[in-house]
Design a protein around this ligand. Structure first.
Ligand code: NAD
Length: 504
């Protein structure tokens, strides 16, 4: 394991990035900014009070009233400017992501690239918020649908994509004519201050309403205020299934809209015909990348009995050489877990897996350091899909199951409560198509000859079952951020009723 930077060095680096972006740190005692690299405190911060949350939602509501009548292509100009600022400060924002979320440098830069990509996508979208024209059954009538801005969007986000998830929601919401109030993870306040400030700068440069975006720097209680406020038309919440279970009924109780992006328990099927070199690369990135802390992380490997031993042996060899340590070190591939509690949860899951008949074939130990929760990614062979395998443990544990028939593989694959991402490695086209078919993978993301993680922004992102059913980012995900109106226009001089009803 490489030497870790000191907390003082991280603090200086964070301060320098924030200064270049233009952020003044709101110092105080309410919240802590810390780094998982050393596990130590960086800055004390002032939190947003309940009164300020109330005020922020009010201001965003007022800004929405102006923004909704601004033409969509002009709204796109704001998002284009944000994208340019993100390009300028890509390295600064990536530094903060590494410091607060522990991502290795290339993944932190990748996260900012994803933000730039969604801005570009949203700018294009600002001229493509298409409605349909529908054939009317009545002569002299036109039937059409129009899409209007929805209102204030409350964004609640998780620690592991501290900036990208916000940008997926915000770039699209802004071109759709909405205002945004953001409650980021309490574990990543510096990243949120930086991202939010870049948007404030874009707002100032383009003359958009100043209160179009409000940041709530606070713990989950501020999230709860957003959830319960009837002025928040859409709550887009990304995080654990536990959180979604609390949020969804509360928003439903006031007939608000939710968009949920919750936990995953993603699997890859490796068929006997698979290119094992390709599978190996795909599996290692998906399972050990981001130290197993992606919602799309590969957690279950379902390998055909003919290839399982060979594949597991090769994986164990690669796992034995994975460089673990300082995420700023260019050679490191596995950075720290977010907290000690995450490492404890991993250890507890491994104990349970062994009690349920599992055998650890690689990794699984905590790496002793002066600070930070560093772990060796683990591979565990399981006799069957036991209770622990069906849960999401947010750490790098890959459970291996074996199968004999394709139907058995699909049944194992789908027999978990979550439904986010999935993939199959095969050179058999029929098998690949069956995996993607209606009775194949039940996930929102189903891939062939590629891993489960690392989606592009062009497609809709999200999953089924306990993953929450929401879709964000590309394709037509924008529709969740707008309201649809159906318009019937009579340009004849006769009032004809639908379904030939006669009256008067
Ligand atoms: P978390 O659920 O602990 O917290 C997520 C956010 O929800 C935080 O901002 C938190 O303050 C807030 N929150 C928690 N309880 C709340 C409540 N009752 N009301 C309002 N807000 C509340 O999740 P985490 O540990 O930060 O992130 C890891 C989890 O997120 C994993 O389960 C992962 O799979 C999931 N995740 C999903 C996606 C996806 O797109 N499906 C993306 C990233 C992360």
């Amino acid at each position: 394991m490489s030497n870790l930077p000191t907390t003082e060095a991280l603090r200086d680096r964070a301060r320098a990035s924030l200064e270049r972006i233009g952020v003044t740190i709101p110092e105080g005692d309410d919240l802590q900014a810390r780094s998982p690299i050393t596990g130590e405190h960086l800055f004390g911060l002032r939190a947003t009070t309940a009164e300020q949350v109330e005020q922020a939602i009010g201001e965003a509501t007022d800004a929405f009233r102006i923004w909704r009548t601004t033409p969509a292509p002009a709204r796109g100009e704001l998002v284009r400017t944000l994208g340019e600022l993100l390009r300028t400060h890509k390295s600064d924002l990536a530094d903060l992501i590494t410091i607060e979320a522990g991502k290795i440098r290339s993944e932190a830069l990748g996260e900012v690239q994803e933000m730039i990509d969604i801005c570009e996508f949203a700018v294009g979208l600002s001229r493509q918020l298409y409605g349909r024209t529908i054939a009317s059954e009545r002569p002299g009538h036109r039937l059409a649908e129009t899409w209007h801005p929805l209102g204030v969007v409350g964004v609640i986000s998780a620690f592991n994509f501290p900036a990208a998830v916000w940008s997926w929601n915000t770039a699209i919401a802004l071109v759709c004519g909405d205002a945004v109030v953001w409650k980021p993870s309490e574990l990543t306040p510096l990243v949120s201050l930086a991202a939010s400030h870049l948007l404030d700068r874009a707002i100032e440069q383009t003359g958009a309403p100043r209160e179009l975006h409000r940041l709530l720097l606070a713990d989950r209680t501020a999230g709860e205020l957003l959830v319960d406020d009837p002025r928040v038309a859409l709550v887009s919440a990304t995080g654990s299934t536990r959180m979604g279970r609390e949020v969804a009924p509360r928003v439903a109780a006031r007939f608000g809209r939710v968009l949920l992006e919750l936990g995953g328990n993603n699997a890859t099927v490796v068929a006997p015909s698979a290119d094992l070199d390709l599978a190996l690369q795909g599996i290692v990135f998906a399972a050990a990348g981001t130290a197993g802390q992606r919602c799309t992380t590969l957690r279950r490997l379902i390998a055909h009995r003919d290839v399982a031993d060979q594949l597991v042996d090769r994986l164990a060899t690669v796992y034995g050489r994975l460089p673990i340590g300082d995420p700023f070190d260019e050679n490191t591939l596995v950075g720290p877990l977010i907290t000690d509690a995450a490492a404890d949860a991993m250890a507890a899951a491994l104990d349970r897996a062994q009690a349920e008949g599992g055998k650890i074939v690689a990794g699984g130990r905590r790496v002793e350091t002066a600070g930070g929760a560093y772990v060796e990614p683990a591979i565990v062979r399981m006799p069957k899909q036991t209770a622990i395998v069906r849960e999401e443990t947010f750490a790098p544990i890959l459970y291996v199951l074996t199968y004999d028939t394709f139907d058995e593989a699909v049944a194992l694959h789908n027999d978990v409560p979550q439904g986010l991402s999935s993939s199959i490695f095969t050179r058999d086209q029929q098998e690949a198509e069956r995996f993607l078919a209606a009775d194949g993978s039940d996930c929102g993301i189903a891939n062939v000859n590629i891993g489960t993680s690392g989606a592009e922004i062009g497609g809709a992102f999200g999953g089924e079952k306990e993953t929450g059913g929401g879709r964000e980012s590309g394709s037509d995900a924008w529709r969740a951020y707008m309201r649809r109106a159906t318009n019937t226009v009579n340009y004849s001089s006769t009032l004809s009723l639908a379904q030939n009803v006669s009256f008067l």
